[in-house]
Design a protein around this ligand. Sequence first.
Ligand SMILES: Nc1ncnc2c1ncn2[C@@H]1O[C@H](COP(=O)(O)OP(=O)(O)OP(=O)(O)O)[C@@H](O)[C@H]1O
Ligand SMILES: [Mg+2]
Length: 346
Amino acid sequence: MFAYITSLFTADMAIDLGTANTLVYVKGKGVILNEPSVVAYTIKDGRKEVLAVGEDAKLMLGRTPGSIEAIRPMRDGVIADFVAAEEMIKHFIRKANKRSKISKPRIIVCVPHGATPVEKRAIRDSVLRAGARKAGLIAEPIAAAIGAGMPIQDPTGSMVVDIGGGTTEVAVLSLGDIVYARSVRVGGDRMDDALIAYLRRQQNLLVGEATAERIKTEIGTARMPADGKGRSMKIRGRDLLNGVPKEIEITQAQVADALTETFQQICEAVMAALESTPPDLAADIVDRGVMLTGGGALLGNLDLALREQTGLSITVAEDPLNCVALGTGKSLEYEKQLAHIIDFDA
Ligand SMILES: Nc1ncnc2c1ncn2[C@@H]1O[C@H](COP(=O)(O)OP(=O)(O)OP(=O)(O)O)[C@@H](O)[C@H]1O
Ligand SMILES: [Mg+2]
């Protein structure tokens, strides 16, 4: 009875606690919050106080004076800084749950398939301490596939590749569960790092993470342009030879070159998944193709390059950045049918 009454006041929530972005889905409403996973603190007399969370905090990354610290609490898809992660979850829950101060929501969070029991426990505890009445976990690849509208309950093989900020998860699903999954710690962050290293090595130019991400989203490509050059953009950084600011132009060919290794690692993960999949399911995947989700799926020509390398047909999901949150949210809406994949055990 008590549970029924509280459920009238609180809307259950689903959270995609991502390395790069955190999204909150409220049951019956959809995705109502989407912000970078960043927390900024002020440091006064050795004491830390939260200054900003999300969008505002991301603007501070790489631009902070000594008295301010901006942190990304998630690394490689799991919590790296527990205190900051909890602050962040608390902040987002409060923001999404303005309506109800009296009761606590039930919250489902997705976790990478590769998360260890200790990492899962940590995520569950953080969510409970941040104000959830009950915390459920769901495997991220299942959420991604549901969010991308794949028929995961059917007796056919479906392959989903979720390329996030921290990890790429490749999974084969059939009959509503995971047949094979592998998580590689390669994603958008690694692409940014590769661009930073490339510019340092080839151009003696030091750029920050924000600039690297901008290059990737504006002219990033996984495939060498046909004319050997492609589009280009101007970027600024510090000249490592004399320490002064310098502006250069970077071409898509250079970006493709810098991203080669990261792209190859994603390709290898897809091929390894196909090789480890039972033959009949692998045949389904050859027939039906592969679905790409996550922000990394937006990298220019990634679908084409993957098709060329793997011979599989590749589809980018309609709204790749939202798939996991939508899928986690749908698991709330269809909780009865999907009970077997939600882990509510404390
Ligand atoms: N147009 C784009 N081209 C290439 N990369 C992009 C583009 N848009 C966003 N990204 C990258 O996508 C990543 C974020 O994707 P997403 O929100 O799916 O990750 P996440 O869920 O936070 O991470 P994870 O699932 O690994 O925990 C970032 O690295 C971002 O730079
Ligand atoms: Mg993600």
